[in-house]
Write a protein that binds this ligand. Structure first.
Ligand SMILES: Cc1ncc(COP(=O)(O)O)c(C=O)c1O
Length: 356
């Protein structure tokens, strides 16, 4: 099956096979020799003060960051434009007094739209701005840099859910004014599911140390303590860490700018061909994703099941506000332009066969 899904994604055979390497224990030199260089690579790729790998899905990284960001009684502002921004609000509301602003119709967040909300929230004592970097439900790339820089200038900490963004959408903690960030293994980096990465700026590290321990599993102070000896507080998913090592080596060889450009090219081709086929794109121009392209499609479920049964091609289904009316053509993981063209050819045929 050719997967054009927003995660889990097609995994390159070399990345997949790395999972079968001989098992080691998670205490002691062999593990430290595996984990320490991974932390060093991620730290440099994200220009972060500290990074940690956590065993769990993307949600774990997002909630761990939220939970460790503010002291009791803290106030947060969440800017959303889809299902995962809405989820981020739920995480924040568990711990903090939370203000929530939501854009509809796949509109993107830029500074002009965010500024009045940040100004109001800052004047009311909100100390955390939280938003999704790449909103996966319709594929919206929010203009996070200008927003985070502004929020920081207002004295707020910034937290991005980058689960489906990094590394197709690079982040530089310092230059982008991002304090808390997270991403997941089964998305753009192209590994199997089960790991997430969190990364922090110096301000985030201070905030983590100042916040209370609210859970044992998501205790980032414990992660900090164990990272000093290149280990984790609990048993990590070592097999997936093996696969991540291979994915990071590939990424280092290619370079993040080239990786990102390659994804942008594939997504641009997807948009071009979808529009030529007569499909209308969902996302507002100027906020296009480089990995997830949602398009309006009548009989969306029928189209996707015919693609699977007749052509062994699987697209992402519609999600959230767009569940019944769209499909998502995604170029994440082990895909290249040739595979993208094949997937689009299959879609073109099914479109004609079903008369949509
Ligand atoms: C932006 C974003 N945040 C959070 C999640 C939740 O990730 P997971 O299912 O790995 O917990 C997803 C999953 O698609 C996502 O795209």
């Amino acid at each position: 099956m050719m997967l054009f899904t927003p995660g889990p994604v097609a995994v390159h055979p070399a990345i997949s096979q790395a999972q079968t390497l001989e098992m080691i224990t998670h205490r002691g030199k062999p593990y430290q020799a595996l984990y320490a260089p991974i932390l060093a690579d991620l730290k440099s790729m994200l220009n972060a003060a500290e990074v940690h790998l956590m065993t769990g899905s993307g949600t774990l990284g997002v909630e761990a960051n939220v939970q460790n960001a503010l002291p009791p009684g803290g106030k947060a502002l969440v800017l959303s434009n889809g299902a995962f921004g809405d989820k981020l609000k739920e995480h924040c509301a568990l711990y903090y007094e939370t203000r929530f602003e939501r854009l509809k119709d796949a509109k993107g967040w830029n500074l002009e739209r965010a500024k009045p909300h940040i100004d109001k929230a800052a004047s009311e004592g909100c100390r955390l701005l939280a938003m999704v970097h790449h909103e996966t439900s319709p594929g919206i790339l929010n203009h996070v840099r200008e927003i985070c820089q502004y929020a920081k200038s207002k004295g707020m900490l910034t937290l991005l859910d980058g689960t489906s963004a990094w590394p197709a959408n690079p982040i530089n903690h310092q230059e982008d004014s991002v304090d808390f960030y997270s991403w997941a293994s089964q998305k753009s980096i192209g590994c199997p599911p089960g790991l997430c990465g969190v990364s922090h700026s110096p301000d985030a590290v201070k905030a983590i140390e100042a916040s209370p321990v609210r859970s044992n599993f998501m205790n980032l102070k414990a992660y900090r303590k164990m990272a000093a000896k290149s280990e984790n507080p609990t048993t990590p998913a070592i097999s997936i860490i093996y696969s991540l090592r291979v994915a990071l080596d590939d990424l280092k060889k290619e370079g993040i700018p080239a990786f990102s450009a390659r994804n942008q090219e594939m997504a641009a081709r997807v948009r071009e061909r979808l529009q030529k086929m007569g499909f209308k794109l969902v996302t507002e121009p100027g906020f296009e994703s480089s990995t997830v392209t949602a398009f309006f499609c009548s009989k969306n479920k029928e189209v996707n099941s015919k693609l699977q049964s007749d052509y062994s091609v699987k697209l992402g289904g519609g999600h959230a506000d767009w569940a019944e009316t769209t499909l998502r053509f995604c170029n994440m993981g082990d895909v290249d332009m040739e595979k993208v063209e094949k997937g689009l050819d299959a879609l073109e045929k099914v479109k004609q066969e079903l008369g949509v």
